[in-house]
Design a binder for this molecule. Structure first.
Ligand SMILES: Cc1cc2nc3c(=O)[nH]c(=O)nc-3n(C[C@H](O)[C@H](O)[C@H](O)COP(=O)(O)OP(=O)(O)OC[C@H]3O[C@@H](n4cnc5c(N)ncnc54)[C@H](O)[C@@H]3O)c2cc1C
Length: 427
């Protein structure tokens, strides 16, 4: 069996590594002519770190990212509402890793080239279409695929037994499979993002989420072990501001689009938290990126016959709970498991979709509820002048509701993950 993976992002590269480990032939086709370490910070949750560790990437990951110890939810003044332990501190056998998205992609790319060979990733080739008939139920393949060389515009006909669309938010594979289910949904929140070196706060490995989606919010976490070793923090920050009612995005959803300091700064002019000077953080950032917080409505089905979707192509989600990259990694690993276990590729894709779609649909829906923010807002309303002890502001029941809400978007059951058998396929 040969598998063609469209897209060399986090999901596509992890799929290649997982299929290779399962003894299944595959190749990756990537639209850009050269993969560069683009992006800012991203979180890999313990369930996904486990999968990367099982792929033999644990040490590389530990060298490249920070093992996050805690997540601290706070008000816009910085008063702490709830602190939840993360990764090993929460009892998982694996850490949560906060990492530069581009460095994670390069780490995966190096492993793919090392294990599958230099030709495993074919760059400068865009997916355009399937051959007619490829999607018919019971189709025996191979699936014909039409690609286009970015540099010359030349068409390239190719094919494989299975095609996986891991081509991200603007997936052409999804557009081909679901031409009418492709609209972006904008939360009305604009996200400005950047990385700035500064003094560490708390233990130097804590992620802070201050403020709410009802006004402005700042999410900040360190991502660089080298800076940590020097006693500094390379801090990834995301400033999320409600700039319009929810609807259709008014700006392009392009991960690499520049933003302007003067657009974001006014929303945070008085945000000097006891442990983080937000105006200074924003002002000292070299390049600010701007991106609308978007997702798409869950699909009634992902794939058909021998073609499927994975990662953001299948289930783009709001970054509530830091799940986008992790879910792409989990998709990749389970897809390889299913393809190795089932003799019929179409049955394998159906099994993969059945397992993964319910999980990711739930996360997309939870992301829309912003339940954690509701409780932080309550604390801000009850104590507008600030507080030192949250117990004087929120009841134990309200705090426990917040902890549950956090768990619904960001965690999976610790015991269940620790006890579950590995998804590694031996061949
Ligand atoms: C340049 C870039 C920067 C990003 N930066 C961040 C960030 O800072 N923080 C964050 O949380 N998330 C970021 N993301 C998104 C994040 O990587 C995903 O949400 C998550 O990791 C899921 O990954 P994915 O593999 O599904 O999609 P992606 O990582 O988006 O990868 C999709 C890949 O498919 C390729 N592709 C697209 N169309 C075609 C086509 N027609 N043919 C062939 N290949 C195609 C793209 O070039 C890309 O390499 C970024 C994505 C990109 C592409």
């Amino acid at each position: 069996m040969t598998v063609m993976i469209i897209g060399a992002g986090i999901g596509g590269l992890t799929t290649a590594l997982s299929l290779h480990a399962a003894g299944i032939d595959c190749a990756v086709v990537e639209a850009v002519s050269e993969l560069k370490p683009l992006g800012v910070g991203i979180n890999v949750q313990p369930h996904a770190v486990r999968e990367l560790v099982d792929l033999g990437l644990g040490e590389a990951l530990a060298r490249t990212g920070i093992a996050t110890s805690a997540l601290c939810y706070a008000t816009r003044r910085g008063d702490v509402v709830l602190t939840v332990p993360r990764g090993r501190a929460a009892g998982y056998h694996w850490p949560q890793v906060s990492i530069h998205r581009g460095h994670l992609q390069m780490l995966l790319l190096e492993a793919v080239i090392d294990r599958l060979g230099p030709d495993a990733v074919r760059t400068g080739l865009s997916f355009e279409d399937f051959a007619p008939g490829a999607l018919e139920p019971g189709g025996t393949g191979p699936v014909g695929v039409r690609l286009r060389e970015s540099a010359t515009g030349r068409l390239v006909q190719d094919g494989a037994d299975v095609v996986v669309g891991a081509d991200g938010l603007h997936s052409a594979v999804r557009a081909r499979l679901h031409p009418r289910d492709n609209e972006l949904r904008w939360s009305g929140i604009t996200m400005w993002r950047g990385i700035t070196e500064c003094d560490p706060f708390f233990d130097g490995a804590t992620m802070v989420v201050a403020g709410t989606q009802y006004g402005a919010k700042i999410v900040a976490y360190p991502i660089c072990p080298k800076a940590q070793a020097r006693g500094r923090a390379m801090l990834n920050w995301v400033a999320e501001v409600r700039t319009a009612p929810a609807g259709t995005p008014t700006t392009e959803a392009d991960w690499w689009r520049s933003g302007r300091l003067e657009d974001v700064q006014p929303h945070y002019a008085d945000w000097v938290l006891p442990y983080l000077n937000v105006p200074e953080l924003l002002a000292q950032t070299g390049r600010i990126l701007e991106y609308p917080m978007v997702d798409k409505a869950p699909l009634p089905r992902w794939g058909s016959s021998r073609v499927t979707l994975l990662g953001d192509a299948a289930h783009p989600m709001y970054p509530v709970g830091s799940n986008g990259g992790s879910q792409a990694i989990l998709d990749a690993r389970y897809l390889a498991l299913a393809l190795a276990a089932e003799a019929d590729p179409a049955a394998a894709l159906a099994r993969y979709e059945h397992e993964r779609r319910a999980q990711t649909d739930g996360l997309v829906a939870s992301g829309h509820r912003f339940e954690v923010d509701e409780i932080i807002q309550l604390a801000e309303q009850r104590a507008p002048g600030g507080f030192t002890d949250i117990a004087a502001v929120l009841t134990a029941q309200e705090l426990s509701h917040m902890a549950d809400a956090h768990q619904r978007v960001a965690d999976m059951d610790v015991q269940a993950l620790n006890a579950r058998a590995s998804w590694t396929v031996s061949h």
